[in-house]
Design a protein around this ligand. Structure first.
Ligand code: EPS
Length: 393
């Protein structure tokens, strides 16, 4: 479905820069660049990341759509410089200059699990370089920049979106995390894996160490929680308006995510109806319908129900391995070992920050659909009108 709030990204992992274009935000939204850059910084953290993060210091430059520190209702364009470009300019020149072929770092041993082979076949390249450049998770920096703008809008209306790490490999947090715990762990930038339980986090760290020693990689699960979401976002009326489906697509589109879960969706499939549905009560003080449990993850019928929206992303281990798997060469077709340059070992905390961005962009799109308004003041009037309607329900 075509939404008013849209975003796209451009940029390759070792190109000049990443770019994000965001359209559809109301005018008059204050833009806190420290917040946007803080989000980019959070994405660069996490135990088990590779050497690239020592090179990059992600920061946005606004190219369009922001004047005097606020949105002006025009499309926003932001750029994040790739510091590593300096080391790649010769290998990946924009123009096909003389001698460029010699410097080209061709990659003909596709990594199983990466886009290398599928994209080489699709575009008829006998070199996986272009494919990996764009398929690389470096692109997610641009998503986080776009997501930060979505977060800025949501925050104006009391909605906060954060994430924590539920599992790294076989080490799993076996209980639910409260919103308060998630807020605290996100505020602690020194936390190695953003897990709310220090004992479990220590075990996760050991898991990353063991995987590093073995030349392997490890996946895991992150959980994104959106707190303060009003009821009524998304719609049951049409398949592509259902917000759970839209969130699933947004989170599944993140590099290495192979499954998405809303609330207790996976466990629910093996339980009885009476164990899964969340009972409804009316809280007279708050003048709101509430639920003592939130197994639905804040969504019923594809519509937010006023509880926290809870979305989990399941990541496979990343596909670049220091001890590579067998593959077939794109040119000779001979059996060879897959390519290895340098890589991360565990990206679950970083993927969680990307998950926050994707959930925020999806919620912000649904928010703009419901409340509309060309200026923030107009959006606020519509929002407050709906709050009055809820109070009088
Ligand atoms: C990635 C490979 C690595 C990661 C990269 C994702 O980059 P490089 O090949 O430069 O070492 O670090 O992630 C990022 C650069 C990032 O900022 O997240 C890949 O192949 O997907």
């Amino acid at each position: 479905m075509q939404t008013l709030l849209r975003f796209v990204t451009a940029g390759e992992s070792h190109g000049q820069a990443l770019v994000a274009w965001i359209s559809g935000l109301p005018a008059g939204l204050p833009v806190d660049f420290d917040f946007v850059n803080g989000e980019l910084h959070r994405r660069q953290l996490g135990y088990g990341r590779g050497g690239r993060q020592k090179i990059e210091k992600d920061k946005v430059t606004a190219l369009a759509g922001v004047r005097h520190g606020q949105t002006i209702g025009a499309p926003i364009a932001v750029q994040i410089e790739n510091r590593d470009w300096a080391n790649w300019e010769k290998a990946l020149p924009v123009e096909d200059t003389e001698g460029a072929d010699d410097a080209q770092r061709k990659l003909t041993a596709p990594r199983p699990g990466h886009a290398d082979l599928a994209a080489a076949l699709k575009f008829n390249w006998h070199d996986a370089r272009y494919a990996l450049e764009r398929a690389s998770a470096r692109e997610t920096a641009a998503r986080v920049a776009a997501g930060a703008f979505a977060k800025l809008l949501l925050r104006e209306f009391g909605i906060e979106v954060l994430s924590h790490v539920v599992a790294v490999g076989k080490v799993k947090l076996e209980r639910t995390a409260s919103w308060k715990e998630v807020v605290a762990i996100c505020a602690n930038l020194d936390s190695p894996l953003r897990c709310v339980d220090a004992v479990v986090e220590a075990k996760m760290k050991s898991e990353v160490d063991a995987v590093l020693r073995g030349g392997d990689s490890v996946g895991g699960i992150f959980e994104v929680i959106a707190h303060g979401v009003p009821p009524g976002l998304g719609s049951h009326a049409q398949w592509d308006e259902k917000l759970d489906g839209r969130l699933a697509q947004a989170v599944l589109s993140i590099q290495a995510v192979k499954a998405v879960e809303i609330g207790g969706g996976v466990a629910g499939a093996g339980a009885y109806g009476s164990e899964v549905q969340d009972e409804i009560r009316y809280d007279n003080a708050q003048k709101r319908f509430v639920r003592p449990t939130n197994r639905a993850g804040g969504l019923e019928g594809g519509i937010t129900n006023g509880e926290d929206v809870v979305v989990r992303g399941y990541l496979k281990p990343i596909s670049t391995l220091r001890r590579p798997l067998e593959t077939a060469d794109l040119v000779s077709k001979a059996s060879v070992k897959a390519a290895y340059e340098r890589s991360d070992i565990c990206v679950v905390p970083a993927a969680g920050v990307v998950g926050e961005a994707m959930v925020s962009l999806t919620l912000a799109a649904a928010f703009v659909e419901k409340f509309g308004g060309d200026s923030l003041a107009e959006t606020r009037r519509h929002f407050e009108g709906f709050q009055k309607q809820l109070d009088a329900f």
